[in-house]
Write a protein that binds this ligand. Structure first.
Ligand code: ATP
Length: 794
């Protein structure tokens, strides 16, 4: 049998909370040794100790006078053994540059919320257990060591040491180098930026967990971290040692038999002087309860306990004599109650997953805590939903609507969110299958789904083919909408505003991508309108506000509320008090076009031809056509192919004209957006450009004057040039981009010449003046100072 070395026994004792030794006898076996206590009151007695490798559990007897007395058995626990106990050589490694920067920031910049280190390390331990359990489904030999899947945390408050041991997947030597010496650069860059952004507000350690660098949070509180780990893939156990403020770390083989792990990882944190308070058992217990309550593996903490027992009391001899006279009293010995203290593991978290509990038993606070712990969030969710479906397909789920997005524009199109954690019969499978369980526009929903019907070796391909998943997906989507509706209906309007600000775009994407759910999405949309420029309204509110004879929902798409409010298309509608939705987000127009209608009312773009405001008067139209028909033809002749036709407008009141888009082509807004998105040559967009109709306002003085000109002098150059300018002006005011802005500028200056000259002189005089070269006054020439030569002489 392999024996413990004397040296490892000493190191074990050195780090033990309970044992200060004077001497150590040669160990008897790999787990049994004797030591002589150095405590004054033990009077140099010998103690017998049994130690198990895994958690350094030490069983010690009551004191012996010699070391040959038999083992009896009361327990105490040692903390991790000192690190220098090993004989094996250490190899030194440099951290990747990113890790060094990160460590430097963690050690030197993060001072608030340091306690999150425990949550992060427990979360890594839980991930390692999840991985083992998952792999164990197909490779049962991985689970052959009869070790429970759990996490054990032990503290040594005198020395400021915390050990966290999990029986998870562990790491091979190469994995230690890959996982704890390097990090994905994208994550770090984001983390460093977030850190910089939040620095003024007091950098918060909470940020760590969100960027996949949780392990390094150990250095928030530790000056030295040891990771001793044993992977089932390797015969050997390795120890990684890193120190705060060092750019290197070491790896060596664990040769100390007392520290061998059957499987898994033990982290030993040697706390900084100011952070030793974290090594109090009660503090650790509190942190676990606070932050890691819902980890789905048992977390045990090492706690001092006590039980009361009756012990006999040594009697005073005088009293005993007195009592001796009384025979019955002699039989009853005096006792007292004493509290016997001992240390033992205590289960500290709730081991039943929250989704397996009855929703009636779970409080809102518990859901919020579960959410924060599971998804590394520090804000509470806006809503949650806990449900079970039975029958055709059985699964349980808890879903959440977050209160912040954390997703960029690209993430919405191509989400890689890890927001849905899929379990099969309580075994965590993956958080990579969001896309199979939710459409991408709902990828912001977070939660847990636990199915009883899927196979444990489920893959993306299986999910994509599975009828069960299709049914699950439908139910999950329905539940997600119920949650969002709940927020929309809540009395607190702010919540929905927050939701809309963060996820409004996602729902609009849903209008485009999920026709089946239009009925659920549409009532959730919000827009500004001509009657509500500061507060967004719902489509229901719009419909309620419709005029009794109004048939359609009117909208205008533009780049801002201000430009929407000032568009000429709006003039008649404002006069008639008809509300118009302002679609100012680039995605709005396509979303609304996909919806087509809401509550059987069609969406109508007021910038497109054939606008019907429900006020048709055929006689009057005929009359106006007769009066202005010739003008329309004359203008069309001048504008040629630039416009499809010239018509009399029913939507203008103060502008002379407007350029409306054809019914089936792009609006001015869409044309602008498409041009902005096309790189390089935009001529290939021409075919999608809609036909344009030039509408004139017969009541406007310019149109009336031009009508006169059309009748009397249709070939007059100035009148024709006025038509050109009118067209260009309509182009701009209708939201289109003029084809030749410089030429438009020239036309405006020319017209200004005429206007100004008409008031203060003749055109020819004005033109003459304008053509003259700039006049340089003589006095200026006289004042030119010639250079002064050296010595002050000319
Ligand atoms: N207890 C452990 N057991 C096994 N492997 C671990 C353990 N702790 C950390 N690791 C490995 O180290 C890697 C780095 O951990 P780190 O916490 O920095 O990032 P992460 O776990 O990938 O991201 P996050 O912290 O956001 O979960 C992990 O991905 C894992 O492979």
């Amino acid at each position: 049998m392999h024996r413990l070395s004397k040296r490892s026994v000493k190191s074990l004792l050195r780090s033990s909370t309970a044992a200060r030794y004077r001497d150590v006898a040669a160990p008897i076996s790999s787990s049994h040794f004797f030591y002589q206590s150095a405590d004054a009151d033990s009077k140099g007695r010998w103690y017998s100790v049994l130690t198990s490798g895994r958690c350094d559990v030490i069983e010690s007897t009551k004191p012996f006078k010699t070391r040959n007395e038999p083992f009896l058995g009361c327990r105490f626990e040692s903390t991790a053994a000192a690190s220098d106990a090993s004989d094996s050589p250490s190899e030194k490694f440099e951290y990747q540059a990113e890790v060094s920067r990160l460590m430097d920031l963690i050690v030197n910049s993060l001072y608030s919320n340091k306690e999150v280190f425990l949550r992060e390390l427990i979360s890594n331990a839980s991930d390692a257990l999840d991985k083992l359990r998952f792999l164990g489904v197909t490779e049962p030999e991985l689970l052959k060591d009869a070790v429970d899947l759990d996490i054990r945390i032990q503290t040594d408050k005198e020395n400021g040491i915390i050990t966290i041991t999990d029986s998870g997947i562990g790491m091979t030597r190469q994995e230690l180098v890959d996982c704890l010496g390097t990090i994905a650069q994208s994550g770090t860059a984001k983390f460093l930026k977030a850190l910089k952004d939040s620095k003024d507000a007091g950098a918060d350690s909470n940020l760590i967990g969100q960027f996949g660098v949780g392990f390094y949070s150990a250095f928030l509180v530790s000056e030295r971290v040891e990771v001793s780990t044993k992977s089932p893939k390797s015969d050997k156990q390795y120890v990684w040692v890193g120190e705060a403020n060092s750019s290197t770390y070491t790896i060596r083989e664990e040769t100390d038999p007392a520290k061998q792990l059957p499987r898994g990882t033990r982290l030993t944190l040697y706390l900084k002087r100011d952070d030793k308070g974290y090594a109090h058992p009660e503090r650790v217990e509190k942190l676990v309860k606070n932050y890691s309550q819902f980890v789905s593996f048992p977390i045990y903490t090492w706690q001092e306990k006590g039980f009361t027992k009756e012990v006999e009391v040594d009697e005073d001899p005088a009293e005993a004599n007195k009592e001796g006279q009384d025979e019955t009293a002699e039989k009853k010995k005096k006792t007292k109650k004493v509290v016997e203290k001992y240390w033992d593991w205590e289960l500290t978290n709730e081991t039943q997953p929250i989704w397996l509990r009855s929703p009636k038993e779970v409080s809102k606070e518990e859901y919020n805590e579960f959410y924060k712990n599971t998804f590394n969030e520090y804000l509470e969710p806006l809503a949650s939903s806990h449900f079970t479906t039975e029958g055709e397909v059985e699964f349980r789920s808890v879903l959440f609507v977050p209160s912040v997005s954390g997703m960029g524009k690209d993430d919405m199109i191509n989400p890689k969110t890890k927001n849905i954690r899929l379990y099969v019969k309580r075994v965590f499978i993956s958080d990579d299958f969001d896309g199979e369980l939710f459409p991408r526009y709902l990828s912001f929903i977070k939660g847990v789904v636990d199915s009883n019907d899927l196979p444990l070796n489920v893959s993306r391909e299986i999910l994509q083919e599975s009828r069960i998943v299709r049914i699950m997906r439908k139910r999950l989507v329905r539940k997600a909408f119920e949650m969002i509706q709940g927020i929309a209906l809540s009395e607190n309007r702010d919540d929905y505003e927050t939701f809309w600000e963060n996820f409004g775009k996602h729902l609009k994407l849903g209008c485009i991508e999920d026709r089946e759910n239009h009925k659920r999405i549409a009532p959730l949309l919000r827009f500004f309108s001509s009657q509500s420029e500061n507060e967004m309204i719902s489509l229901d509110e719009y419909v309620e506000n419709m005029k009794p004879d109004q048939k359609d929902i009117y909208y205008i798409a533009s780049d801002s509320v201000t430009s929407a409010r000032n568009t000429p298309f709006l003039e008649k509608l404002l006069e008639k008090d008809l509300e118009v939705l302002f679609l100012v987000d680039p995605i709005d127009e396509v979303a609304v076009q996909n919806l087509k209608a809401f509550k059987e009312k069609n969406f109508i773009d007021i910038s497109k031809e054939d606008l019907d405001l429900g006020d048709k008067n055929e006689d009057k139209e005929k009359e106006i056509k007769q009066e202005f028909g010739q003008t329309c033809d004359w203008i069309k002749k001048r504008l040629g192919d630039k416009v499809a036709s010239v018509q009399i407008s029913n939507r203008l009141s103060s502008s002379p004209c407007v350029l409306v888009s054809g019914k089936f082509g792009w609006s001015a807004n869409m044309e602008r957006l498409m041009k902005a998105q096309t790189v390089g040559d935009t001529s290939n967009l021409e075919f999608m450009r809609s036909r344009r109709v030039f509408e004139i306002n017969p009541e406007h003085p310019i149109i009336r004057t031009l009508t006169e000109a059309c009748r009397s002098t249709p070939d007059d150059e100035e009148a024709l040039r006025a038509i050109d300018l009118l067209y260009d002006a309509a182009l701009v005011s209708s939201g289109f981009t003029p084809e030749n802005p410089a030429q438009l500028g020239g036309k405006i200056y020319e017209m200004m010449n005429f206007a100004l000259a008409g008031k203060w002189g003749t055109v020819s005089e004005y033109q003459q003046q304008a053509n003259q070269k700039p006049h340089i006054p003589e006095t200026v020439e006289a004042e030119v100072v010639e250079p002064v030569e050296a010595g002050g002489q000319k």
